[in-house]
Design a protein around this ligand. Structure first.
Ligand code: M6R
Length: 366
């Protein structure tokens, strides 16, 4: 049942190219110029009337939502809030019929997420669900459903659910951009064509796991680690750090790289592993400076950058390159080495990878 892999998590990490492709299937026009989301039943008028979007979810699904915020705001220019479902449901949120609420849940059964969905609908919002389980509670109660086609996810640590949630969020963002005319047709086509090719690039990332494995072997005894990034890379850093904590029990902190100076830098000491994400072209120079800052305190830096950005080699101890793609799509690729890092750290430490202590796959009680 593990398909020859030692753990479900590794199997599921390796399934990502296929499930990314499955989630895209039938949702991009043949010419690659249009998003087809027949499952969204909003009228053109309703789409034009959206004033605010709130994404709400828990854990990894919440981290997918953070990526969603950056891309929807950038491509559609609608303000987006992302809220943890257990916060949203109790904070008397400002939601009305002009708010689109997007609920993200792999299982579709997370108690807080379901309660957030109900709260949003009670206040008159339209709710779109992104979920992996057909006829789950979230699917049954939402107005519209975008299914992720990740297949069953067994490992407690979510991997393929996250990347397919990202795919669903990209499709939703591009669909809204198309319907509200916020992007030139050429730009939509360009991103869609990159999106169509992303699964082959995900496979390339998987084929390059050796350096990650070696880094894990070298640093698995670390007590503390840091993940730093800016923009979309910051959102992915949060997911990388959660994955590491969850299955290897190593303390990990994700920080917006620009915030280092405001406190965190005090914790950077000799040999502390810092995973620096520098895939965003527009923020690359800033990240190079942040890497220099932590190197000046003798941290051990492994950087993730897009192919061609070799300048980072001068400042980091080690660099992992991800294949070139449109910078908004980078998270789908960047997260994969971070999943592998958490996996190999966990294996090196002898942890129960698929069933980490104290955690359940689906949190159906508060
Ligand atoms: O089924 P859901 O997507 O609603 O689950 C949400 C979280 O419980 C889940 O993503 C959790 O954070 C994972 N174990 C993280 O790997």
């Amino acid at each position: 049942e593990k398909g020859g892999y030692e753990h479900f998590m590794l199997k599921e990490i390796h399934e990502q190219p296929r499930v990314i492709r499955d989630t895209l299937k039938g949702r991009i026009s043949h010419q690659g110029d249009k998003v087809i989301l027949d499952e969204i039943n909003l009228t053109p008028q309703q789409i034009k009337g959206i004033k605010k979007i709130i994404v709400t979810a828990c854990g990894t699904a919440y981290h997918a939502g953070l990526v969603g915020k950056y891309i929807i705001e950038q491509l559609v220019r609608i303000p987006v809030e992302v809220d943890i479902a257990s916060e949203f449901r109790y904070r008397d949120p400002i939601v009305d019929k002009d708010t689109l609420v997007v609920v993200v849940s792999q299982s579709g059964e997370t108690a807080d997420t379901l309660a957030a969905l109900r709260e949003a609908r009670r206040r008159g919002a339209r709710v779109v669900a992104i979920t992996n389980v057909i006829a789950s509670s979230v699917a049954r109660e939402a107005d519209d459903i975008i299914y992720t086609w990740a297949g069953p996810e067994i490992s407690v640590a979510s991997t393929k659910a996250y990347t397919t949630q990202l795919v669903a969020l990209y499709l939703l963002a591009l669909y809204l951009a198309q319907e509200r005319n916020t992007l030139a047709a050429g730009n939509i086509t360009e991103i869609l064509n990159e999106l169509k090719a992303i699964y082959t690039k995900a496979q390339e990332v998987l084929d390059n796991e050796q350096p990650i494995k070696e880094f894990a072997e070298k640093y698995h005894q670390a007590e503390d680690t840091f993940f730093i990034g800016r923009g979309l890379d910051y959102a992915v850093a949060l997911e990388g750090s959660l994955k590491l904590k969850e299955i290897s029990y190593i303390h990990a902190e994700a920080y917006a790289a620009g915030e280092l100076k405001h406190g965190t830098l005090a914790l950077i000491v000799e040999n502390i592993p810092v995973i620096a994400l520098a895939t965003q072209k527009s923020l690359f120079e800033k990240m190079v400076s942040n890497i220099k800052e932590v190197k000046a305190r003798d941290a051990s830096v492994i950087a993730l950058a897009m192919e061609g950005h070799t300048e980072v080699e001068k400042v980091a101890d080690q660099v992992i390159y991800i294949p070139k793609t449109h910078q908004v799509l980078a998270p789908i690729l960047t997260v994969i080495p971070l999943q592998l890092l958490a996996y190999y750290m966990s294996v090196c430490r002898g942890c129960d990878v698929d069933k980490p202590r104290n955690l359940a796959k689906s949190v159906t009680v508060e």
